[in-house]
Ligand binder design. Structure first.
Ligand SMILES: [Zn+2]
Length: 464
């Protein structure tokens, strides 16, 4: 008999909101009675879903920057999430968590080198959290191009989830597809059901009652077919209890009785693909995403979703120039020290995660033993590389207005990367980016990019 299955994917993610100097999140407006948004969302969404056991029965990705925050501030939640995932590994030989590129960077806008770093850092974080290698990876904003998929495949990732309109030709969303890549590799893609994903995400009336949701919405999505069919719904995980109250309970009810009464099973990609390897080939539309009609334009320029945001292009130009300056000094100063500067950067995530000591990393990566002052410079340069990665966090370009915490944080990270590189190299780098900063203009805000940057530089220098 043909099987009907449902997979609900929840994308759980928050960017870093810690002040780079203090390492703590400042009191955030609107999050009362909690001191910041992460704590509030933990109380309304992450923890209740974990306590209800929902993380065992959905597919999910837990963004590294959120997982790191949980490790330090919401240990109970993280332990419950990990236990849920481990139950699936024990039972089905495959986990239900997907990895995510470390800093939620829009990878089609990144260089190949940065794609590699973000993918490898995301995998390392996953191993740090779940204790085994990931099979799938969720792409930030599902932004995709062939180079990104190739980098993922080269690093052992087998599948991802995309929106159906990211395929060139119409696809059968009830089966995973295969995207062929250069070098004989391929990536399996689960295309989510667009109508139902929109419904569960934005139509609050449809998710009041799980039984009604199945009768009125889900059942219609299955074709009258003799094939096994999987319907995958992709959603923001914070929907379930944070954006919409009680939806953690909706999810729980759906997965614990409602579906089975209708003979619909719940599953997740890693489990489904074992029995249903992709048969059909799909071609992807490069530089597309799930949250902008104009591809990935939202993260580099004004677009239909954010028409009044001409500051976005200059912000990206400033970041790219900063990355160029930081990398130039990194390569110049580490020549003769590091066996492979890019491999060294990729492996540095183990130090960030606390899985390896700096000196252990140094022993592995250097071509010869370094003097203390040289090791100091190296540490500074790698810290700069970390900041230069996180200054590309996609949230900095997501909204229409510039004077918000997200672009401000990215500018702070860029300032930190430059200050660290200046102190390591003795070169004057700040004057080189000032003209680009002045081009980032948004009349609506109370502080300019230059002011944000200069304030950050002052603080970093005072604390150096
Ligand atoms: Zn858009």
């Amino acid at each position: 008999m043909n099987r009907r299955a449902l997979c609900i994917h929840g994308h759980f993610y928050q960017p870093t909101r810690e002040d780079p100097l203090t390492g703590t999140i400042p009191q955030e407006r609107g999050s009362e009675p909690y001191s910041n948004w992460n704590e509030k969302i933990n109380a309304t969404c992450y923890l209740p879903n974990a306590q209800l056991g929902n993380f065992e029965k959905i597919s999910f990705d837990l963004g590294p920057t959120l997982a790191g925050w949980m490790e330090r501030n919401a240990e109970t939640t993280l332990e419950l999430v990990k236990t849920s995932e481990q139950k699936n590994v024990a039972k089905w030989g495959s986990g239900n968590a997907l990895a995510q590129p470390y800093h939620h960077t829009i990878l089609p806008l990144s260089s190949r080198q940065d794609k590699v770093t973000q993918v490898r850092w995301g995998i390392a974080d996953y191993v740090h959290t779940f204790g085994h290698a990931p099979e799938g990876m969720w792409l930030p904003e599902t932004a995709v191009d062939l180079e990104t998929l190739s980098v993922m495949a080269e690093n052992g990732i087998q599948f991802t989830i995309l929106a159906p309109w990211q395929a060139v030709e119409p696809v059968d969303v009830t089966q995973p597809s295969r995207v062929e890549l250069p070098g004989g590799r391929s990536m399996s893609v689960f295309f989510y059901h667009s109508g139902l994903s929109t419904c569960i995400s934005f139509n609050a009336d449809a998710t009041v009652n799980a039984d009604a949701f199945i009768q009125n919405n889900l059942k219609n999505a299955y074709a009258d077919s003799s094939n096994d069919q999987l319907i995958l719904l992709a959603s923001d995980g914070e929907l379930y209890g944070h954006h919409q109250s009680f939806r953690d309970k909706f999810l729980n009810y759906l997965l614990n009785g409602s579906l089975s009464r209708e003979e619909i099973e719940y599953t997740y990609p890693g489990r489904w693909i074992k029995e249903h390897p992709p048969v059909k080939v799909a071609h992807i539309r490069e530089r597309t995403s799930w949250s902008c009609d104009e591809g990935v334009r939202r993260w580099e320029d004004a677009c239909g979703c954010t028409p009044d945001s001409s500051w976005k292009r200059p912000l990206r130009n400033f970041m790219d120039a900063t990355a160029g300056l930081v990398d130039e000094q990194y390569l110049r100063l580490t020549r003769g020290w590091l066996k492979d500067p890019w491999q060294a950067r990729d492996d540095f995530i183990r130090v960030v995660l606390g899985d390896q000591s700096f000196s252990g990393w140094e022993n592995e990566q250097t071509a010869r033993p370094l003097h203390n002052d040289e090791a100091q410079v190296l540490r500074c340069l790698l810290k700069a590389q970390f900041e230069r990665q996180r200054m590309y966090t996609s949230c900095g370009w997501f909204f229409e207005e510039f004077d918000r915490i997200e672009p401000r944080n990215n500018i702070r990270y860029a300032a930190h990367a430059l200050v660290l590189t200046e102190s390591a190299s003795g070169e004057d780098l700040l004057p080189k980016v000032m003209p680009l900063l002045r081009q980032i203009r948004d009349e609506r805000g109370s502080s300019t990019a230059e002011e944000m940057f200069e304030q950050a530089v002052r603080r970093f220098k005072e604390n150096a």
